[in-house]
Design a protein around this ligand. Sequence first.
Ligand SMILES: NC(=O)c1ccc[n+]([C@@H]2O[C@H](COP(=O)([O-])OP(=O)(O)OC[C@H]3O[C@@H](n4cnc5c(N)ncnc54)[C@H](O)[C@@H]3O)[C@@H](O)[C@H]2O)c1
Length: 317
Amino acid sequence: MLFRGKMAKKAKITIIGAGNVGATIGFSVMHKGIAGEILLIDVAKDKAEGEAMDLAHCADFCPPVKVRSGDYGDAEGSDFVVVAGGAARKPGQTRLELADVNVRIMRDIMAQIVPRAPDAVYVIVSNPVDVLTYAWIRLSGLPRNRVVGSGTMLDCSRLKNAVASDLSVDPRDVNVWVLGEHGDSSFAVWDSATVGGRDLREMYLEKGVPFDGEALMDAVRGGGADVIRRKGSTFYAVAMSVATLIEKMVEDAGAYVSVSSILNLEGVGDVCVSLPCSVGSDGVRDTSVPALDPGEAVSLSESAGAVRKVLDSLNLT
Ligand SMILES: NC(=O)c1ccc[n+]([C@@H]2O[C@H](COP(=O)([O-])OP(=O)(O)OC[C@H]3O[C@@H](n4cnc5c(N)ncnc54)[C@H](O)[C@@H]3O)[C@@H](O)[C@H]2O)c1
């Protein structure tokens, strides 16, 4: 096994796209102490170089790590490749509208990186993340378990934060899954949701706080757009979610996270959307379908249908 144990080698993490998201992922993984080497690649070479220099200047304040920018040839031996390059969402633009332009960019990136890092686990972050994760699996030739979309890990955190704020509790003690597309058709699974081991909705009742699941989920679905309207883009929360995902894969303990992977389930079909997945150093090991009430089962199927509709409009051969 790669990373466990005192003398084990730390991960080599290549990040493609050194924009707001990619550079902040670099910053976040540095704090985790899981990377021995971080390589930034971007078509804007000066930008990648500047970000790598700025990150390297953290040397005195974080666990040892070599940070540099480079070309695809430098990516050999990568344990993880994070794909955060491409166009970002403009105010008012949906993630799915980004699909066509970013699939073309993905084709260009995969042609260059996959031959150099054929054994890495690929974490897809660029949007629309479910569509692009599917495109990577279908077009790259990589085994499906080694392509993981960052999915709804971020949405789970947004919902936990909103619930925690309603109930005045620690967000980390809120257990609730947001599943489906990372986007407008995501949904929460309320029946299994707990706070401190208690039923989440009972907690609202007990604390005298009105529970409105749809309003909470509207805030989650609109959370990214709300930030983009105010500051132009989102990057801190997604970067922390990706760094946490990589940390869990490095730990290799089989943690469950809501990430996007390929599904071929009854009522879902041949798409990528998020379900709870067990992850390890070889990527996605297992996908779990939690107990869904009839409405949530419809939501999952509709969410998968929304992603499938975009996939059908693209030429993925
Ligand atoms: N999955 C999520 O939860 C989530 C959250 C936020 C943003 N995103 C997505 O992440 C992506 C990056 O967002 P950002 O805010 O960092 O954008 P950005 O514009 O700041 O950075 C994008 C970078 O990609 C680079 N790039 C473009 N084409 C490239 C190519 N062919 N090869 C290498 N690099 C290339 C650009 O030069 C730029 O530096 C977007 O698609 C955005 O929608 C995803």
